[in-house]
Write a protein that binds this ligand. Sequence first.
Ligand code: IPD
Ligand code: CA
Length: 263
Amino acid sequence: MNEELLEIARSAGRRAALYVAGARPHGRVDVSSTKSSPTDVVTAIDEACEQLLRSLILRARPDDGFVGEEGDDILGSSDVEWIVDPIDGTVNFVYGLPFYAVSIAAAVNGEVEVGYVMNIANADEFSAIRGQGAWTHTDEGPIRLVAPPVDRLEHALVATGFSYVTATRTKQAAAVARMLPQVRDIRRTGSAALDLCGLAAGSYDAYVEQGLKPWDLAAGGLIAREAGIAVSGIDGIPGERLVMAAHPSVSREFFDLVNACGF
Ligand code: IPD
Ligand code: CA
């Protein structure tokens, strides 16, 4: 069944990415409203993309549940729930920075089994099935993702992100400032899903963020894990309070550093 779920995710994700790329005007995209804070923006294209994904996915599997960032949750009657971010990296999308992605996960009985992420700006695709590995897709065919080890924590390139809520990002900035002298460098690209896929692909060595929602984490978290990354959080469970991830060669040390820095 997981192969079927991935095929649905891939087909819907490709259609949605084509829609978003075609709908994006040159220059800045208009913001239609804000959410958790004035900096947490949404565009009409985010909303239309979610509607498109919802109709494509539920047409293929009408009994499934659906949770998306921009719309009301649909409670299904099957074991499967889709967890979808139509555009992860909306601020980049608004400004035209090439890091915004469609992110689709399918959970079966509450466990994420399938993840699919496409960077809409350059059509890079990532996917995973739980227990079967993670893949990126090129014109020559799929390539299995195996995250590379890091020789020492001081050499780790760390991706992170900041909440839209001012009080939370003030604390995050202080924690990142404490971490910066102890690692190679910090990157903040603006899409949690792509940060986690980047970890799987070896573009970063570690990642830490607070405030992620299920649709930011579900697909990318599985892709990172299936590429061999240790993904953790409070009491070992990644979630809104904390997501930390790193190659196992430095994960224990990195998780200790995250705690010591006050995340
Ligand atoms: C955001 C991005 C960003 C992360 C924020 C998310 P959105 O998602 O993933 O990298 O730092 O926490 O909310 O709003 O662009 O879908
Ligand atoms: Ca989003």
